[in-house]
Design a protein around this ligand. Sequence first.
Ligand SMILES: [Ca+2]
Ligand SMILES: [Ca+2]
Length: 292
Amino acid sequence: MQTFFRLLRGLALAVVLSVTISPPAMAGLPLPSLTFYGMFLDEFGWPYPSDDYVEVYTQGVKIATHTLSPALGKEYNFLLRVPYDTGGKLNDYSPDVISPGDNVQIRLVDNGSGQPVISTNFICTLPAGSVVRFNARSGTDSLGDGLTDELRQWIWSALGDGTPFSPSKVRATDDSDGDGVSNLDEFLAGTDPANAEDVLAVSISRTAYPGVTQLQFFAVPGKSYQVQTGTLTDQGVTWSTATFASSPDSAGTLTKAVGLGHYLAVFVSAATEAQLFRVTVNVQPTGATVLP
Ligand SMILES: [Ca+2]
Ligand SMILES: [Ca+2]
């Protein structure tokens, strides 16, 4: 029993000690931070499923994890804010912090295998408060034309002539399924380059509201769309961004719609019967962009 009490006293001391050496309470103290957000796409150009996760390492130590969010209605599927120790009040920080000059690694880990499928390293020289958009895609592009070999193989297995696959048999500029859109443009739009039925197509119809026209198209999750209106000149058509509305009776103030995985109807003002419209996909560059 005595041993037990001695052990208990030891434990109590350990508890007191651990409280004593803990960092001061942080409640309410605004910490400098870095924000990373962006889109992780798989080798077929689709957002990774929301059970995979992002890890941040600094100097080889994992300091943050974030499970991917569904890319529905958003142009990103991860957002992470990490404390940034700029040296001002060192003792206020937890060990889970990036410091200037650290080697930072951002990884996307496949939940099934536990293996990283995307990984990037950089030496952190960012000012405190920086917001960094980071887009990445997995897969191999052995021809360097923008298409992944995994997608080339998918197309070849569906539409090839039965001979063994090699990357040079399916190129970015080819239109393998003959739907009028190149393999690369289908890849960027999230449609299937091996299926002629799957293509970004817009149906245009009148509405009951005078001067209001409806454009309808299938909007792929994570893809961002813009409406453009064309002016016919002797040199051809000049396209410019058009504003649109989400309902026929509201003012057209939107310039961007993000895919939800179903058909989307947008409404534009058409001044004349013969006005030209088209829908384009906004392609986000891969890599890191520090936002101003
Ligand atoms: Ca095509
Ligand atoms: Ca297609």
